[in-house]
Design a protein around this ligand. Structure first.
Ligand code: PLP
Length: 381
């Protein structure tokens, strides 16, 4: 529980990272890398809070980027290795991208052929990979399933044939989403049965993200065994690039009740934040976040929907049962709001972005960033 006095110090709305929780996640990831002999790099698309990079980079050897901007952030703010994968690279950005990256994964053979010459001419060595599509995924939501029929992500075994294309040293797959080690095991069965002959030719295998390594109950022993088996069966370097697992349950979004409205017997608390603008995953995925001190569902006397600050009718998540009636000015703590929030937020409706802060390991609060009109204006023309 966050102490009342500390909560008062935090502006609203504000994403708050709890440093101790991040530290604990990093220790788990580090244990896995060491025990399995693998490399775990941070996927910036899921966690790019660079004020925390000094801590993260003590444990993880680098980052993975999906764009030039992420690669530059990884290079300048994190240091260490920078890997990149994008469904398609922009020709006018590629030379700069190469400056930051030591590993580049291509989504298609076309893309490899287009950029191979530039890679060879690069000032430093860049190791290249192809993203493969094992045509097997356990993810049930199509939005997050890169193996749906007709997927644009990755090369199928049929398209690849018997030999790795010239210039390719690695293979990359990403088919998991907040998944267990058991899901990875079944996925690896598909990968090995379709691409086993190519794994023998490769130097490294990147198993993407979506590994819920830091979630309670995750089977760490199985993950370690799977990695060890891959290394010994194929003589491969194994890389994992989670984003969620780095920021998993490491902080919250503080919000405030601005008004309470009632319509046809349904009560809504109007918050100074927005699900659409500040927590878009809750609507896209969709999922109902936890609120500290409230139960999800309609059971109880004091049930409210949480309404966002934009005019979008669907900028609302419910229902939550509280132990007593909500009042205007009450604080609402939306839990686990560090990964895939700051990286996806925007200023829809001109709504200002939440501040960003850290509860340091010594218990003090550090306000890292506040946004204003210029941040909104400078994204427009
Ligand atoms: C290619 C790739 N790597 C890594 C990740 C990070 O996944 P997660 O944050 O679920 O661990 C993603 C997420 O979409 C991805 O597409």
């Amino acid at each position: 529980m966050i102490k009342e006095a500390l909560l008062k110090e935090i502006p609203s709305p504000c994403y708050v990272l709890e440093e101790k929780k991040l530290h604990n996640n990093l220790k788990v990831l580090d244990m896995v890398q060491k025990a399995a002999g693998a490399k775990i790099i941070c996927a910036l698309k899921g966690f790019a809070m660079f004020s925390a990079f000094p801590l993260v980079s003590k444990y993880l050897p680098g980052t993975t980027a999906s764009s030039l901007h992420e690669a530059k952030l990884g290079f300048e703010e994190f240091g260490g290795e920078v890997h990149a994968y994008s469904p398609a690279y922009l020709a006018h950005e590629f030379d700069e991208l190469m400056k930051y990256c030591g590993h580049i994964t291509f989504n298609s053979i076309n893309q490899l052929q287009k950029y191979h010459k530039r890679i060879i001419q690069s000032e430093h060595t860049i190791s290249c990979a192809l993203r493969i599509n094992p045509e097997y995924a356990e993810v049930e939501t199509d939005l997050y399933n890169p193996c749906i029929p007709g997927s644009r992500l990755g090369v199928t075994a049929e398209q690849l044939g018997d030999r790795l294309p010239e210039g390719i040293e690695g293979l990359h797959f990403h088919t998991l989403c907040e998944s267990s080690a058991e899901s990875l095991e079944r996925t690896l069965n598909a990968v090995e049965s379709k691409f086993g002959h190519l794994l023998h030719q490769a130097n490294w295998l990147n198993m993407g993200g979506g590994h819920a390594i830091t979630r309670k109950g995750y089977n760490l022993d199985l993950l370690i065994t799977l990695i060890q088996n891959l290394r010994s069966n194929y003589d491969l370097e194994i890389i994992l690039e989670p984003g969620s697992a780095v920021g998993w349950e490491t902080g919250f979004l503080k919000a405030t009740v601005l008004d309470i409205v009632e319509s046809q017997g349904v009560k809504s608390a109007m918050l100074d934040t927005s699900f659409s603008a500040h927590m878009p995953d809750t609507i896209e995925m969709p999922y109902q976040p936890n609120i500290i001190g409230a139960e999800k569902g309609k059971v109880g006397a004091h049930v409210y929907k949480m309404g966002g600050l934009t005019c979008l009718a669907g900028d609302v998540i419910g229902d939550y049962a509280f132990s007593k009636p909500l009042q205007i000015g009450d604080t609402i703590i939306l839990d686990d709001m560090i990964h895939y929030t700051m990286v996806k937020n925007h200023t829809f409706n001109g709504v200002n972005l939440p501040s960003i802060g850290i509860i340091k390991e010594d218990g003090s609060f550090q306000l890292v960033k506040q946004f204003g009109y210029e941040d909104y204006r400078d994204r427009l023309s």
